[in-house]
Design a binder for this molecule. Structure first.
Ligand code: F6R
Length: 613
């Protein structure tokens, strides 16, 4: 949440900062702002705007600003203080000589604010961040350098931060520091770029360093010097960025979400490409190869995540239990560390996260580390915090996901769980033939996804009928129960229609009371071992006049007699069905939201990576 960008070099910083913010806008879009220092006068200026980055861009275009080759910028997801211009970043000191952008939360801000107020400081905003800039100012006033002042200030802070700071007093540098919120520095020729993630660096440079917690870096145009918070020098390793510009552009699609839904033909393939050992009926996952035996001998596997990634974990639970015979539990990361979880070194824990930055998931991971479990990451974003802090892990290789609603990352997470199930299963009781069957079916998925995407027009027409719905119920059993949860989440987050997912059989224990002619019910009802039971549930809804949409098998003609609309998808084995059955639900939510005129890529109140608890 919140995106930070910085630039120092020879070029005009403003277009670079604004373009960088656009690429990070999925992290928050309540307000945006930039601060730059003029090359000639060495004076700092700032421009802020409420709302999206495009508003800031308009304002910047209408303002005369001196050429400046150093600046910082921010796009905000509000935590402390409503979205407003005074609360927008960059925040500054009284003389407007010192500017700071911040991603994270200063938890002890009231304490610091009280102390500063006693010393005569006044505050213009309701944010926790302003406290930090004023605290740095207080150390500069005592004669400290900018670097030392930032170091002293963050030593007093509890909470999380990724910050970038510029000052008129030292106009040739940006100071950045990280604890709990991501920061990366792109290395160019005679220039440096700062960003919350590598998306903002693509096209500028392919070399970067990732900051670790507790690091503070002084960045000038020609060099950077990294230190610990205790002022010890650190040598940073330069890493390569492999993402191309194409991967983060919308291309000809009207929305990133639609592009990403369509990309699943390839992203699913990319997730298993090079990882299938067909002759041995197993998978090759380099990231967990050396500890695969330890996972296979775990007493228990625990999967922890939030949101859509948690839904992927539920499908993973079914797969791993079926094919490895190891007990599996799925835990909301946000709940895990607020109990006294019974986890020890005989447990293997997977932390699932598209962004690899979700604060709750990171915090759960740290708690599990303290309890000696084997810590494994299952992330999409390469080099993300969860990926870096786990002992081992598997990248899902879905490619950059920019639409706020997760789509292709989910299906890729499921592919990776299928591969892990085969790998670990083969080390236990899974037969060669069964392993090979799963792998053959995996290889057949991209073609089947292509077939499902051809139903887009049919699904759009169905969506048209439900634009005014107030509620949706999604029901599925077995492997398709988590798909019901995911379908409901997609609908509510982008269309703002209340939707709930339930195990189909649970309907009669309560939700059935909601059913009348105004309640659309989406059944995920492929022909599998629980098909007959789901048909009974469909009958129960029909008897109460609910409007039924069914995701059904392509050869199922019987179901058409019972339901109002059926979307027919190809068959596959039970464990892989969620990878297919979720796609019509992604499209349904997408079309309902578009028809309601909503911004599907940036739904209200949401942000792509939730880096606050
Ligand atoms: C829903 C969605 C969120 C995320 C959740 C976890 O479409 O995107 O529910 O799944 O915030 O995010 P990651 O996977 O980045 O940890």
């Amino acid at each position: 949440m919140c995106g930070i960008v910085g630039y120092i070099g020879e070029k005009n910083s403003i277009p670079i900062l604004v373009e960088g913010l656009k690429r990070l806008e999925y992290r928050g879009y309540d307000s945006a702002g930039i601060a730059v220092i003029s090359n000639d006068s060495k004076k700092a200026t700032s421009i802020k705007s409420l709302g999206k980055v495009s508003k800031l861009e308009d304002k910047v275009e209408q303002t005369e600003i001196d050429l400046s080759s150093i600046g910082i910028a921010h796009t905000r997801w509000a935590t402390h203080g409503e979205p407003s211009e005074p609360n927008a970043h960059p925040h500054f000191n009284k003389n407007k000589t010192l500017y700071l952008v911040h991603n994270g939360i200063v938890e002890n801000y009231s304490e610091i604010k009280a102390k500063l107020t006693k010393d005569g400081y006044e505050f213009e905003s309701e944010t926790d961040t302003e406290v930090l800039v004023q605290l740095i100012d207080s150390f500069i006033k005592k004669g400290n350098t900018l670097l030392k002042s930032v170091r002293l200030a963050i030593s007093e802070v509890t909470g999380t931060y990724g910050i970038a700071v510029i000052s008129q007093t030292e106009p040739d540098k940006i100071i950045v520091a990280k604890k709990g919120s991501p920061l990366v520095i792109g290395i160019g020729n005679g220039e440096h770029f700062i960003a919350s993630d590598v998306n903002a660096l693509i096209g500028h440079t392919s070399r970067c360093i990732y900051l670790e917690d507790g690091e503070i870096v002084e960045v000038t145009k020609d060099k950077f010097a990294a230190h610990t918070i205790d002022d010890e020098d650190i040598k940073k390793e330069v890493e390569e960025i492999s993402v191309e510009l194409d991967a983060i552009s919308k291309g000809d699609y009207p929305h990133y979400m639609l592009k990403e839904i369509y990309e699943q033909v390839n992203s699913v393939r990319d997730s298993f490409r090079g990882r299938i050992l067909m002759d041995e009926g197993t998978a090759k996952l380099g990231g967990i190869e050396r500890i695969a035996e330890r996972i296979a001998n775990s007493k228990r596997i625990v999967l922890s995540a939030c949101g859509t990634s948690w839904h992927a974990g539920l499908v993973g639970e079914y797969m791993l239990e079926q094919f490895t015979g190891i007990p599996v539990e799925v835990d909301y990361a946000s709940e895990f560390r607020y109990r006294n979880p019974i986890v020890d070194r005989k447990d293997s824990m997977f932390f699932i996260s598209q962004s690899g930055e979700t604060a709750d998931t990171l915090a759960a991971m740290k708690e599990a580390k303290r309890r000696d479990a084997l810590i494994l990451g299952l992330c999409n974003v390469v080099g993300s915090s969860i990926a870096r802090e786990s002992e081992a892990g598997v990248y899902v290789h879905a490619g950059p996901e920019i639409g706020v609603a997760s789509t292709k990352a989910f299906t890729s997470q499921l592919v990776v769980f299928a591969l892990i199930s085969v790998l670990v299963g083969r080390k236990r009781h899974l037969s060669l033939i069964d392993g090979q069957e799963i792998l053959h079916e995996l290889e057949s998925l991209p073609k089947k996804i292509e077939q499902i995407l051809k139903l887009n027009n049919q699904i759009e027409a169905i969506a048209e009928k439900f634009v005014n719905a107030q509620n949706f119920l999604y029901l599925g059993r077995g492997y398709n129960f988590p798909v019901a949860l995911e379908g409901a989440l997609k609908m509510k987050e982008i269309s703002y229609i209340h939707a709930e997912g339930y195990p189909a059989a649970e309907m009669k224990h309560g939700p059935i009371a909601l059913i009348d002619e105004n309640m659309p019910v989406v059944f995920i009802a492929p022909k599998d071992s629980v098909y007959d039971k789901v048909i009974t549930n469909i009958e129960e809804v029909k008897a109460r006049k609910g409007r039924i949409i069914a995701i059904a098998s392509e050869n199922d003609t019987e179901i058409d007699k019972l339901v109002d609309y059926s979307i027919k998808i190809p068959d596959t084995i039970r464990m892989l069905m969620p990878i297919l059955s979720v796609i019509p639900l992604q499209l349904l939510a997408y079309h309902v939201a578009v028809k309601k005129g909503l911004n599907v890529d940036q739904p209200r109140n949401l942000a792509k990576s939730v880096t606050v608890e």
